[in-house]
Design a protein around this ligand. Structure first.
Ligand code: S3P
Length: 437
C-alpha cells in the first residue's frame, strides 16, 4: 500500500540507545549459504524485510522448510533442497536475491526462471550472466535484463577477473563454484567488496581461500561438504548509517547504536564520518559467527568539514552514498565523491535521484559521471527550508535520505511511497519516533 509520511519542521534531538535492523546482506546469505549445508540450522537475528522475504519464499519453492520461532529467529531445514520449482522465482526489488540465486541455481542442473519488479527488471544482469556462461551455465535473458531463464547445464571452475568490485558478482560465482566437483573457481576483483559470502562459507566449513595477487583481491573455492551450524546475524551498518548521520547533523543529539556489524569491508561510512570531523566513537568490539560487531556512540557534530571520497573505499560505502551526500550538505567546504558510477545501477539511478531530491531542499549538488560535487553550508547553503515533496523511485535509501533531510528542514516535508523502507528497515519510523522522545 502506498504511504506518504510528513516530517514536522526542525526535529528535536535524537537521544538514547537503540538496536538497528539485522544485516540485509548477511540475512540473504544465511538462507542461501545455509541451504548449501543441506542440513538443519537456526538463524538468529534474521532481517524480516521485503528483500530477505523474497529470498526466503524462493528457498521454500526450492524445497527448503523454514519456520519462524519468533520475529527474528528461524529454523531452516535444507535436507530436501533443491527441487525444480513449479512457478517463477520472484525476487521482488532485490538484486542480491536475483544475482546470488542465479549463481547458486546455475550449478544445480535444473530449470527455473527468476523474475523481479519494475526496478530490478531494469538492472544489469550481464555482469553475472557472462562469467557464469564462461563456467558453462545456460542463462537466457532479453538484453541482459530479468527475467532470467536458467537451463540445465554442467559447470566447470574458471578464473574470472571481474572488471568491477561487486560482492553480488563475486558471490554468484563463488556459490556456483562451491558446488562444482571438478576444478576451483577463482574470482579476482580490483578492490575488495563486502566479504560476507567468504566469511559465511568459511563459517560453515568451506575450503574457500582469500588472497591478494598482482594488486587484485582474490577468492578461490572448490566443492567440499559444508557443516550445518547455528548462526547469528549482526546489526546492519548500512541501516545504522541513517541514524549516525541524523545524530551528527541534528542539534544536541547523542546516540548509542548497539550490536552493529563492523566488518571492515562495510565500515567506509565510519571513516568518512571521522574524516569529516564527526564526534563518533566505537565503544566495544566483539566477534559473532565469523563477523565483527560493536557499539557506536555518536554526538551532534557542529564542525563538520568536507572530504573527498574515491577509489578503494567506494565498495566499502556504496550503499551509504545517498546519506553521505546529505551529510556533505551540512559540512563546511566542497565534498567530492568519485569512482562511484555503479550508483546508476542500484534500486534507482542514485546519481540522478539523490541530485533531484536533495535539490528540492535547496542543496547545491552537481552530478558527475561517477559521483557528485556537493557544496557544504558555506554562505547559507545547507539551511533547508523544506516544504517540499520527495519521491523515492522504488528505492529505500532515497526514502530514508529524504526523511532525514526533512528532519533538518524548517517546514514540514512529504516523503511519498515511504513503504519502500520495508526493503531493508521495516521499523525505521518507530526507531526515529522513539529516539525523538
Ligand atoms: C550487496 C552488494 C552491493 C550492495 C547491495 C548489496 C550484497 O551491490 O550495493 O546493496 O549483498 O552483496 P554490488 O555487488 O552490485 O556492488
Amino acid at each position: 500500500m502506498r504511504r506518504t509520511v510528513t516530517t514536522s519542521g526542525f526535529s528535536g534531538p535524537l537521544k538514547g540507545e537503540t538496536l538497528v535492523p539485522p544485516d540485509k546482506s548477511m540475512s540473504h546469505r544465511s538462507l542461501i549459504i545455509g541451504s548449501l549445508t543441506r542440513g538443519k540450522i537456526k538463524i538468529s537475528n534474521f532481517l524480516k524485510s521485503a528483500d530477505c522475504l523474497a529470498t526466503l519464499d524462493i528457498l521454500e519453492s526450492l524445497g527448503c522448510e523454514i519456520e519462524f520461532l519468533n520475529e527474528s529467529t528461524l529454523f531452516l531445514n535444507a535436507q530436501n533442497a533443491y527441487i525444480e520449482p513449479k512457478k517463477d522465482l520472484y525476487c521482488g526489488n532485490s538484486g542480491t536475491t536475483m544475482r546470488l540465486l542465479t549463481g547458486l541455481l546455475s550449478a544445480q542442473n535444473l530449470e527455473c526462471r527468476l523474475t523481479g519488479d519494475i526496478s530490478l527488471s531494469k538492472r544489469p544482469m550481464k555482469r553475472i550472466i557472462d562469467p557464469l556462461s564462461l563456467m558453462g551455465a545456460r542463462i537466457k535473458s532479453s538484453e541482459g535484463k530479468a527475467p532470467l531463464a536458467i537451463e540445465r547445464a554442467k559447470l566447470s571452475g574458471i578464473e574470472y577477473k571481474s572488471p568491477i568490485a561487486s560482492a553480488q558478482v563475486k558471490s554468484a560465482l563463488l556459490l556456483a563454484g562451491a558446488q562444482i566437483r571438478e576444478g576451483a573457481t577463482t574470482v579476482l576483483e580490483p578492490h575488495l567488496s563486502r566479504d560476507h559470502s567468504e566469511r559465511m562459507l568459511k563459517f560453515f566449513g568451506s575450503n574457500i581461500k582469500t588472497f591478494k595477487k598482482d594488486g587484485l583481491f582474490g577468492s578461490s573455492i572448490s566443492y567440499n561438504p559444508l557443516i550445518p551450524k547455528d548462526l547469528t546475524i549482526v546489526g546492519d551498518v548500512s541501516s545504522a548509517a541513517f541514524l549516525l548521520v541524523a545524530a551528527a547533523i541534528i542539534k544536541n543529539s547523542e546516540l548509542i547504536l548497539k550490536g552493529i556489524g563492523l566488518n571492515p569491508t562495510r565500515t567506509g561510512i565510519l571513516h568518512v564520518l571521522k574524516s569529516m570531523n564527526a564526534d563518533i566513537e566505537i565503544l566495544s568490539r566483539d566477534e559473532i559467527s565469523g563477523e565483527e560487531i560493536g557499539d557506536i556512540k555518536i554526538k551532534y557534530s557542529p564542525d563538520l568539514k568536507s572530504t573527498k571520497i574515491e577509489g578503494e573505499i567506494i565498495p566499502r560505502l556504496i550503499d551509504e552514498i545517498p546519506i553521505i551526500a546529505l551529510l556533505a550538505t551540512q559540512a563546511e567546504g566542497t565534498t567530492i565523491i568519485k569512482d562511484a558510477g555503479d550508483l546508476k545501477n542500484k534500486e534507482s539511478d542514485r546519481i540522478a535521484s539523490v541530485t533531484r531530491e536533495l535539490r528540492k531542499f535547496g542543496a547545491k549538488i552537481e552530478p558527475t559521471e561517477d559521483g557528485f560535487i556537493i557544496e557544504g553550508k558555506n554562505g547559507g547553503n545547507g539551511l533547508f527550508k523544506g516544504g517540499c515533496e520527495v519521491e523515492c523511485y522504488h528505492d529505500h535509501r532515497i526514502a530514508m535520505m529524504g526523511y532525514i533531510a526533512g528532519l533538518i528542514s524548517e517546514k514540514p516535508c512529504k516523503i511519498n511511497d515511504f513503504e519502500w523502507v520495508e526493503t531493508s528497515f521495516p521499523n525505521f519510523l518507530g526507531i526515529f519516533e522513539n529516539l525523538q522522545k
